[in-house]
Design a protein around this ligand. Structure first.
Ligand code: ZN
Length: 162
């Protein structure tokens, strides 16, 4: 897929998930960085468990809350550094595509199942974090375990082709 195809896939995926969430009255928000239903609320600087984008409020038609502050003369470096929303979408899109190729599958479009998958890995990560003391070295096993969650989650979001 080229960049345009990856972005189209992102928009399709997000719209599909959003339609389901709204139709079923589920109070989960889609992430502007990957399109998956991962956020409890918008603009709360929540870090997406799937793409690691930190939700500073920016979206297709909204600037980040920090950019709004900049207009008033306050200058703060954003939580995502120099990474733009579009670059983030392309990065996660390429990663998903590589897993889909590797496993000869496709990204899961079954929203109920996607929500269960995300909840499962969210719990797993919370469990790991509850066992951390904050004193761990970055090479400690527990950090490896923490990082593995993201990889396992991405693989769990790829399902066999219909
Ligand atoms: Zn995300």
């Amino acid at each position: 897929m080229n960049d345009a195809d990856i972005l189209t896939a992102f928009h399709d995926r997000r719209a599909h998930y959003e339609t389901y969430l709204q139709a079923n009255g589920i109070a989960v928000q889609t992430c502007p960085g990957c399109g998956f239903p991962t956020l409890a609320e918008r603009g709360a600087f929540e870090i997406c468990i799937i793409c690691s984008w930190e939700d500073d409020g920016q979206d297709d038609h909204a600037k980040s809350m920090l950019a709004q502050l900049e207009i008033t003369g306050v200058r703060i470096s954003g939580p995502n550094g120099s990474l733009t929303l579009q670059e983030n979408r392309l990065n996660i899109g390429r990663l998903l595509e590589s897993y889909a190729d590797l496993m000869d599958g496709e990204t899961d479009y079954d929203v109920a199942r996607v929500l269960r998958t995300i909840a499962f890995y969210h719990e797993r990560r919370t469990d790991i974090e509850s066992r951390m003391t904050g004193e761990e070295h970055i090479q400690d096993h527990i950090w490896m375990e923490w990082k593995e969650v993201k990889k396992d989650l991405l693989m769990a979001l790829v399902v066999p082709k219909e």
